[in-house]
Design a protein around this ligand. Structure first.
Ligand SMILES: O=P(O)(O)OC[C@H]1O[C@H](O[C@H]2O[C@H](CO)[C@@H](O)[C@H](O)[C@H]2O)[C@H](O)[C@@H](O)[C@@H]1O
Length: 346
């Protein structure tokens, strides 16, 4: 569809669910202004960077590089513009039709409210019941940035799968236990980086260094304003001395992780394969609130096998397709989903 002559209205298709393919910078800009779900720039004269700068979501040199997986999902949208997953239950049910669900849940900010420090984030009995009921109907995975034993103890349900350290370690029923194959190489570096972080930042009032097996979270939620600006440079200095590690961001935390191509999205895809759920008759729903959950939302959009549902707070860009406004809405959604999915277990 050409952005300068958009015909999505004539076709009765919303721009947000349409793709624009454009060679010209002006066309790319027009496509973004018109709110198209994806703008593909075609670089036939070595101007890929300009196309990206003009707002192209992706740039190809030939259209043979583009294929449509199943349906076109919006690339990135503002979180406050997303439809409510509760209000859109009928729509979601229609999209799931004939497919069995597999449900991935983030922990902090999704199953429990964000609170002042990690140990205070406790799962309510009501939420545990909702997850337990859903897990009787379909595969449920709790995929967390927390350490695996920590998230397992907090959720406390036997018949579900758990991912810890952002999917570097996975544990499930019937003895399933996976550790990302390269992860072990990074443990000595993580140990040294943890020590260095504690040395540099241990004295900062309110700062907490939380070690997970395959990641270190540096929490600054309770750090006073006068100490705040020293935190990131200290983390950067530790990273400079440990080049195999990288820094990511979460809610009032910096995370130090192995610098490899592994994240919650990759872990989700691996797990779907391992569980025999990487099939066209499975529909994946991933609920999460944080930046690290965006990797999973993007994977689902790319593969066309499910939807991301953002538990939203501050407005931001997201690859999720629906949103929920609170932890209580998450509980209600999971309860409704359990009812919808009765008898559909994959
Ligand atoms: O992937 P998740 O399960 O969402 O874990 C992400 C991080 O969550 C925790 O930190 C966050 O929640 C805390 C409790 O509400 C809050 O105090 C903190 O500011 C948040 O960043 C957890 O402690 C981290 O290890 C996880 O990586």
């Amino acid at each position: 569809m050409n952005a300068k002559n958009p015909s999505s209205e004539q076709l009765d298709v919303k721009p947000a669910r349409s793709v624009v393919v454009e060679e010209a910078l002006a066309g790319v800009q027009a496509g973004r202004r018109a709110g198209f779900g994806m703008v593909v720039g075609v670089d036939r004269s070595g101007h890929a960077q300009e196309l990206k700068d003009a707002g192209a979501h992706m740039v190809v040199t030939d259209l043979v590089e583009v294929s449509v997986a199943q349906e076109v999902a919006p690339a990135r949208r503002r979180s406050d513009e997303l439809p409510s997953a509760l209000a859109a239950l009928a729509d979601i049910k229609a999209r799931m039709k004939g497919r069995s669900p597999a449900v991935f849940l983030d922990y902090d900010g999704t199953l429990t409210p964000i609170v002042q420090s990690p140990e205070l984030a406790l799962l309510s009995d009501d939420m545990r019941d909702a997850v337990r009921t859903l897990a009787r109907r379909c595969t449920v995975v709790v995929m967390s940035g927390r350490d695996l034993p920590d998230v397992q103890a907090r959720v406390g349900l036997k018949d579900i799968v758990y991912g810890g350290s952002h999917g570097f370690e996975i544990f499930g029923p019937q003895g399933m236990h996976f550790e990302q194959e390269q992860g072990g190489e990074f443990l000595p570096q993580l140990d040294r980086a943890e020590l260095a972080l504690r040395e540099r930042l241990g004295h900062v009032p309110g700062l907490l260094v939380e070690r997970k097996k395959y990641a270190i979270a540096v929490h600054f939620r309770l750090v006073g304003e006068s100490d705040l600006e020293a935190v990131e440079p200290a983390v950067n200095a530790v990273l400079a001395a440990h080049p195999k590690l990288r820094k990511t961001h979460g809610k009032m935390i910096f995370e130090v992780q192995p610098d490899i191509d592994w994240d919650k999205g990759r872990a989700m895809i691996w797990l779907l394969g391992k569980l025999g759920l990487a099939q066209s008759d499975v529909f994946v729903l991933y609920l999460g609130d944080d930046i690290t959950d965006e990797d999973a939302f993007r994977s689902l959009n790319a593969q066309g096998n499910g939807i991301g549902i953002l538990v939203r707070d501050e407005p931001r860009d997201t690859a999720a397709q629906y949103a929920l406004g609170s932890i209580e809405e998450v509980r209600r959604f999971l309860t409704e989903l359990a009812t919808l999915t009765e008898g559909t277990r994959a």
